[in-house]
Ligand binder design. Sequence first.
Ligand code: F6R
Length: 262
Amino acid sequence: MEVIIQPNPEAASRLGARYIARLLREKPHAVLGLATGSTPLKLYAELIRLHREEGLDFSRATTFNLDEYLDLPRDHAATYRRFMEENLFRHVNLRPERTFIPQSDLPGEKVAAYCEAYEEEIRRAGGIDLQILGIGGDGHIGFNEPSSSLASRTRIKTLTARTRSDNAPFFASPAEVPHHVITMGIGTILEAREVLLFAFGAGKADAIAASIEGPLTSFVPASSLQLHRRARFLLDEAAAAKLTRQDYYRWVFDQKPLWQNP
Ligand code: F6R
């Protein structure tokens, strides 16, 4: 694991965007795994800037989003499809038919087969080259809440009360937050060739310390990344504040050979 501590979310997002841009330049038909939430907003803004000002090309790329609410009409303002349209898709040259996000208005009896088909679609695209992740205050990745199987695949999950209340600001009232979601599993995420997890703010410091320096446990889903061969954590100072080996991570980053930098 590589732990990269930057002075603020802007700097961490700019660096993250450079990793993604490098991948797209080396492999224009790359498959990106995308996240929603407040954390990747600055990253997406920087990717849009790179597209507009430096010609970063998404035209041959494919994207798969981690998750989506269930029991929401497709045109609801809080769907992750809408979030992605507004914050990335409509501003870059991704082909709409190459942007995959689980469907929010599936009837219950179709969910299991749909989730298998989503996994199959990822395989058909050649697997995810780079997965972007945020992290919940309880250590969740995607919507894999604590105690999710480390081998889990795309499936329906029930949100915890904490995640529902964290996400309530995006809905007209807390009661409107759906109880159920579709999410890629931890096993699905671990198959991505490369992972970039972003975490900003003091509210993420406990989850980050537990994920990086704590034991591997399904109680902290992001600790599963300890098993990944190419996982990078891009943190601001506040999210890194409870790591005991901060000096070491900074030292390693400062010593990196130039050719390893994006
Ligand atoms: C979103 C997702 C979630 C978020 C996490 C953090 O697609 O998968 O795991 O990354 O809940 O959310 P924010 O970034 O809003 O703090």
